[in-house]
Each structure stands twice: as C-alpha cells, then as structure tokens.
Design a protein around this ligand. Sequence first.
Ligand SMILES: C[S@@+](CC[C@H](N)C(=O)[O-])C[C@H]1O[C@@H](n2cnc3c(N)ncnc32)[C@H](O)[C@@H]1O
Length: 208
Amino acid sequence: MIPSLGQIPAIRNFARLFGRAPMQPSARQFLLDLIPADSVGAEIGVHKGDFSAELLAQVRPRELHLIDPWQHETSDIYRDAWYGGKASAGQLEMDERYQQTCDRFEEEMDDGRVIVHRGYSDEVLAGFSDDYFDWVYIDGNHLYEFVRQDLLLSLQKVRPGGMITGDDYTEGGWWEGGVKLAVDEFVREAPVELMALENRQFALRVKG
Ligand SMILES: C[S@@+](CC[C@H](N)C(=O)[O-])C[C@H]1O[C@@H](n2cnc3c(N)ncnc32)[C@H](O)[C@@H]1O
C-alpha cells in the first residue's frame, strides 16, 4: 500500500524544520484504502462535503450519492450538534452549506459521478433497490435510534460482500455513545463481519 506524503517521517520532519504545520495523515486514510475504486457508494451526512472530496479524489467511485437534509434541528438534544446549536445562523446556514456543497461538486454532478440527495437518510435510502450499493459511509444523525435505522437500511441496500462503514464509533459525545451502542448491537445480531475499528471509524463486511 502506498503511504500518503504526510505518513512518511522524513517529509513530516522536513515540514516541521521549515516551520510548516505538519501534515496530518487523515484518520480515515485506512478506510479510504479499503473502499474499492470504480464502486457505487453513499455518504450519509455530508455537512460541507470535506470527506466527500476525499472519497472522490482517493476512491474514484463510479457513483457517489451524498445524502443530507441540511435541516437545522432546534430541539435541545441537538444543542452541541453541527446541525443544531453549533449552526448559529440556523436554517440559513444549513441552506448555505447545501449550496456550497452543490457548487463544490458542480463538475462531478454534471458528469453524473456525484448525486446530491437533500433528505433524511431513511427516506432517501428507501428509494434505492436492494443491493444497489457497494458501500455506505454512515455519518448522519448519531443518536442510537437513527444509527440503528441507518445500519438496518444499509444492510438491505448494500450488496453481499459490500461494506457498511461509518464515523464516531466512540463512547460519549452529545449523542451519548449512540453510534457505538448501535454498531456493537448490529455486529452481534446482523449477518456482518467486523473488518476494522480504528480512529473512531468502523468497517463491516456484509456476509454473502
Ligand atoms: C458530522 S456531519 C457529517 C460530516 C461529513 N461526513 C464529513 O466527514 O465531512 C453530520 C451531518 O449529518 C446530517 N444529518 C443529520 N441527520 C441526518 C439524517 N437523518 N440523515 C442524513 N443526514 C443527517 C447533518 O445535517 C450533518 O450535515
């Protein structure tokens, strides 16, 4: 496997010597290396498209579906969420993020590589035929019930042998460990095999 530049110690030391901030290898690099090129995938929870850009550049998927409602949540439980209390301008800010994401991927949307779905993951995923995806990356609503629903729907929509992956597999957070709880339960009960747990990321293989 070819390391990224930031992973090569000599290059990191050179950057430090000349006063540049050291390049941090992405915590999600191992995941990007696991996802096959020319695949059909979905990112659930897009925010401003930063990870979408990494997926596009490194995985080079055939189709990348970006799913996010860009909806401001006003309930108190979301006070520390990027789409709740941390979006100080409320819905205006969410509309702006949506527009910025569309502008950012305008070229890829034009050539059909990126498809943006503005909607909640359960509603959007339900619209795909079973086994449609080679992989999904779950990074939407982190509360237990929502993650559980994303996992169950992904199991239906990802082909046997494909991957269900996601972010923030950790204790705590404003979501009170909901991702970890749901993933642990899912691994115990669903026909999936645990591939990796690293840097708060999870990767599961759907059994054939
Ligand atoms: C942590 S951010 C995603 C970050 C992005 N994956 C990245 O790494 O750059 C969470 C996103 O999930 C979205 N979201 C919240 N509830 C959702 C749902 N039910 N379905 C899909 N996305 C949701 C929010 O609007 C927010 O943009």
